[in-house]
Ligand binder design. Structure first.
Ligand SMILES: [Zn+2]
Length: 295
């Protein structure tokens, strides 16, 4: 949590304010929604990455609180009438990534495989309906991402209760959702994945530049480079993600440089070598504007 209610000041304070004014730590701080006691944590480094100041809970929030992961997921699952998210039991949830994958063209890929194997395929011709479904699935995913970010440093609360199902196989959150410190892992994960196992992943990052591409008439939204590494030969590797979209999507989304965004898509990877460095390209074409969540 980034905010808390300070009893002594009788107002909402940010974690940064409390970092600057240590005396506030001595007084009672409460969850802004359900009022349980919370404790302040100063900004610090954890496993080489920066953790900003935040509040942690002493015990579980009450169920109707916006910071109660299970309570909020239960509401999301109830609202998701299309089964893309459903409750497994009272505490765990299943997110069916297969449904998004298929609407993003995965069904066509499967169809193509079947044709090549001589299996009869019936045309679906459900393009319009498909877009509506995709929109609804992505809407649910957007809410999960927003909730994950609202829980901020209680992220584990959410990721440990959601199981991601992809064609009957379980995918771990860490293989599905990547922050800039994990772009190298994303690149390596996608590189190793067999074609038939390809699935959408989420990349979170800050918009660095937006470029017009003359050749295609589309735009590239480039994110800040992720944490760099070295390959076996000691060559510097720089992960650089880009999302390609057309002018209409770009203007409807109104993305600006400096925005923090999350994009769920089927990314492709590639490598380009320049000046003794390797740029690890992680890129995706956007099919639907709801694939991007602006945080
Ligand atoms: Zn609460």
């Amino acid at each position: 949590m980034k905010k808390a209610f300070s009893e002594v000041l009788d107002k909402v304070v940010s974690a940064e304010e409390v970092s600057k004014n240590e005396s506030l730590k001595q007084s009672v701080l409460k969850c802004i929604d359900c009022g349980i006691p919370v404790f302040h944590r100063k900004e610090h480094n954890r496993h080489k990455s920066f953790v900003s100041a935040h509040f942690v809970r002493g015990h579980e929030h009450i169920e109707s609180c916006r910071y109660h992961a299970v309570g909020q997921m239960t509401i999301l699952a109830r609202l998701s009438d299309d089964d893309v998210l459903s409750s497994l039991d009272k505490k765990n949830f299943i997110f069916r990534l297969t449904m998004i994958h298929e609407e993003l063209g995965g069904k066509k890929e499967k169809g193509r495989d079947q044709i090549s194997q001589g299996t009869k395929v019936y045309p679906t011709n459900k393009k319009y309906e498909g877009k509506g479904k995709l929109s609804s699935y992505l809407g649910t995913m957007k809410k999960i991402i927003e909730l994950r970010n609202l829980l901020a440093d209680d992220k584990k609360d959410l990721t440990s209760i959601v199981e991601i199902d992809f064609q009957g196989k379980k995918i771990k959150w860490k293989n599905f959702y990547y922050e800039p410190e994990q772009y190298l892992q994303a690149y390596n994960y996608l590189k190793k994945l067999k074609y038939k196992d390809r699935h959408p992943i989420c990349l979170e990052g800050t918009v660095n530049s937006i470029n017009y591409i003359e050749k295609t008439g589309n735009y590239a939204v480039n994110l800040n480079w992720g944490t760099q590494g070295n390959n076996n030969e000691g060559i510097l590797q720089i992960p650089s993600p880009s999302i390609y979209l057309n002018k209409i999507e770009l203007s409807e989304l109104s993305i600006e440089i400096g925005d923090n965004i999350v994009t769920c898509a089927k990314y492709a990877v590639g490598i380009s070598k320049r000046k003794g460095r390797e740029f690890l390209k992680i890129s995706a074409n956007l099919d639907h504007r709801r694939q991007i969540v602006i945080l």
